[in-house]
Design a binder for this molecule. Structure first.
Ligand code: ATP
Ligand code: MG
Length: 331
């Protein structure tokens, strides 16, 4: 039977946080034995963020991000873990897709509009980010893309770009669908539950995010200070956004059904909720941090794992690129 294929990635920028873990990394690890899985560290995407333009730092962040994938449970013997820029087909396909992607489609992307508003000078790369992402996904003929809710629009765009390529040049790609958690796909900032927890904000605003490598003391401080509404509503349907965020984090990390979570907190105050969530987050991250430290202490092994991932990824990407070049008349 054909195993469905999965591809996803995280940018090696900023502070990788609990939202990335809940929305993406844990979902990858949970599904890797069911699907043929590819996880890349998208370092070419990182260049779209001006703060990331620091060669030494980018190289370090790329290694750290790969180590976090594995520490979060991705098994490199089973899943293919690699660095995007090591497989040159990503940049090549992105160029070809650029030439079939209407500018208006990209200008409409919510993430582009939000990020562009925060930057003084906007690069073509920031606008083009979703086309490179489409290349990542389409190169591997991925059926499913496990991501957080914020990426849904980019997966739809990927399908649209593939469809347009097919109409112009003929069939080349599998049309991918997003694989998104029904709960926990959009973890909110702890300082401001109206904004999604984000790496770029977490880097500059203390209290916004829980980093996957934060110490228990830091985690405790951030959660105990998390913004909650006044009142004492602790039910999923009616709680304010700050409390709902904490309930959701607990629900996903504990794996308990909602009724059980609500029963656990019923009649207790927000202080109790925060203490229990803190303990749960610390207990979840403890083994992740332990594995992460071991991986970072042995750079040669990590390098070898990534080199192996590149060797497994490249032939698949190259096969798609060969088809695309044949269809378009290149080479
Ligand atoms: P940036 O602010 O730099 O865009 P980010 O936090 O959005 O950082 P990405 O590298 O863009 O991180 O995304 C990596 C993965 O994590 C994607 O699948 C994305 O959907 C998911 N993700 C990001 N933020 C959240 C969140 N707050 N809740 C759930 N999933 C998230
Ligand atoms: Mg993002």
């Amino acid at each position: 039977m054909h195993r469905q294929r999965v591809l996803s990635g995280v940018q090696p920028t900023g502070k990788i946080h609990l939202g990335n873990y809940v929305g993406a990394l844990s979902l990858w690890a949970d599904n890797q034995y069911r699907y043929d899985s590819f996880f890349c560290v998208v370092d070419l995407h990182a260049l779209t963020i001006p703060e990331a333009v620091d060669p030494t730092r980018l190289r370090v962040k790329t290694r750290e991000t790969a180590a976090l994938y594995i520490a979060a449970g991705v098994d490199p013997a089973r899943s293919v873990v690699f660095v995007q820029s090591a497989v040159t087909a990503h940049a090549e396909l992105a160029w070809i897709l650029n030439c079939v992607s209407p500018l208006g489609w990209l200008e409409r992307m919510t993430q582009y509009k939000t990020k562009a508003a925060r930057q003084e000078s906007v690069s073509i790369g920031l606008l083009d980010y979703p086309v490179l992402q489409a290349a990542d996904i389409l190169l591997y003929q991925a059926d499913l893309v496990p991501v957080g809710e914020d990426q849904r629009q980019h997966i739809e765009l990927t399908r649209d770009i593939a469809g347009r390529f097919h109409r112009i040049f003929g069939p080349a790609f599998t049309l991918p669908a997003p694989l998104i958690r029904s709960s926990g796909a959009r973890i909110m900032g702890l300082d401001d539950p109206t904004a999604k927890m984000s790496k770029s904000i977490g880097e500059v605003k203390p209290g916004h995010a829980i980093g996957l490598t934060d110490s228990p003391d830091e985690i405790r401080r951030v959660i105990m200070r998390a913004a909650t509404d006044s009142g004492a509503d602790l039910r999923f349907d009616t709680a304010g956004p700050g409390v709902l965020n904490l309930l959701t984090i607990y629900e996903v990390l504990s794996g308990e059904p909602r009724e059980k979570v609500e029963a656990e907190f019923e009649g207790r105050g927000y202080g109790h909720l925060k203490r229990v969530v803190t303990d749960r987050v610390i207990a979840t991250l403890e083994p992740v941090q332990q594995r992460y430290r071991e991986l970072m202490a042995d750079p040669a092994t990590l390098e070898a794992l990534l080199a192996d991932g590149t060797d497994r990824a490249r032939p698949i990407a190259d096969a798609t690129l060969t088809t695309v070049k044949r269809l378009t008349g290149l080479g």
